[in-house]
Design a protein around this ligand. Sequence first.
Ligand code: FAD
Length: 468
Amino acid sequence: MARRAAIVWFRRDLRLRDHPALRAALDSADRVVPVFCFDDSLLGGRHASGPRTQFMLECLAELDSDLRELGSGLVVRRGRPEREISDLAREIGAEEIHFSRDVSPFARQRGERTREAFEDIGLELHAHPGVNAIDDVGAPRTKSSDKPFTVFSPFHRTWVDIERRDVLRAPSSMPGLPSGLAKGRLPSLEALGLTQEVSDPARGGESEARKTYDRFLDGPIRDYSDNHDALGRDLTSRLSPYLHFGCLSARQIEERIPDGKGPAAFHRQICWRDFYSHVLVNFPRNARSEFQDRYRGNIKWSYAEKAFEKWCEGRTGFPLVDAGMRQLKAEGWMHNRARLVVGSFLTKDMGIDWRWGERWFMRMLIDGDEANNNGNWQWIASVGTDPAPAFRRLYNPQRHAERYDPNGTYVRRYVPELRDVPDEFIFAPHEMPDDVQREVGCVIGEDYPEQMLDHKAAREEALERLRV
Ligand code: FAD
């Protein structure tokens, strides 16, 4: 029998366990070459991010080392994939290419370009599931009108009953790389023209992903429904960066979710991820504009740069907003409850275009994900799918802090100048009498900013702005 050669093109699936594309290539060919291609149009594009790329480099380094242990290695190329991978295919005489299906508009556009190039050289293309919990995330349709879902709850009811594929084991060995093939080296972040902008990021890789999930399964998952909003306790899974790069698949996560109320609430969050993928596949225009027709081009957004900078820097004078934004700068990650509060503050109180917030998040977030980020920004700006009246998603930052960070633990952790502020003033430090300000070393206007706006007035303006 003729020896067949296949390429496995790794993208957002940087793992060996539960990898349908890798498994299929190994089943079909006796020479299998795993490749990752650094695509400058993605790395330097509108969603360029030093923190996320650094995390990805760590994932790739581990993937390479795991592949070497199995007798292979990760081939690295840099350039346009349609050219680099076509050249590689010619060089090794590959007949087939296997990859995991992706949903972002960028990935789909790139998919079109590469499909043509690969077909031109006679490569068979095989797209596999592996990124989402369900195999074909764009496919579900509403029972009533046979249309894509635009509301979460009915999507969730359909999603839980969709049959799942089995979770796959990692291969126990791999064919060696063809002799003489230039393997290529992983570049440094600097060589890619990017810088690490966060000081305390999570570490990338499949083993970190598994450890992170094990820790979550060991305790927090049981009471997830009660604790997932408790900002100071930090009891969510922190799996989002690993899910984004596929260090752990959504199916691997699902497979180990135990029974119970907390675990069921956690499983529902995994569904939100598939929901926003579903939305972006079916409404790719959302990537740049409002889902709701009536808002598209009709809202007078603000583009006040100085105010935006205060928000980015965590210097708004609203402790919970500032804590969230500073957590993002420190860790490249932010607690979901804080993401909601800073999102509401930017788009409602400040009236700034949600796309500015989306862009800043994509630059700083290690889990920055086009579908999830866009969907959530549109949600909190009240212009997207899963609609609700604007006032329901217009949060009072002080009330929110009292409810979700009652002891000020989260605020004190990320805004050190407020550390010694007495409990009664922790969420409204501008109300501290002058002598208390001096006593605790936090003089408003010097050590910590005045509130940049009046929430009550801003709320009225926001409701007016959205009444189009
Ligand atoms: P957990 O609470 O442990 O949830 C488990 C997983 O479920 C998450 O890892 C994530 O994959 C998924 N999930 C949870 N909540 C959501 C949600 N609301 N939407 C979609 N998936 C969800 N999440 C991203 O992964 N990437 C983003 O770029 C992103 N941008 C956001 C922007 C805004 C304005 C808001 C409000 C939320 C955003 N989220 C984003 C969703 C959510 O905040 C994060 O997924 C969550 O905080 C990650 O922490 P965790 O892994 O501990 O979550």
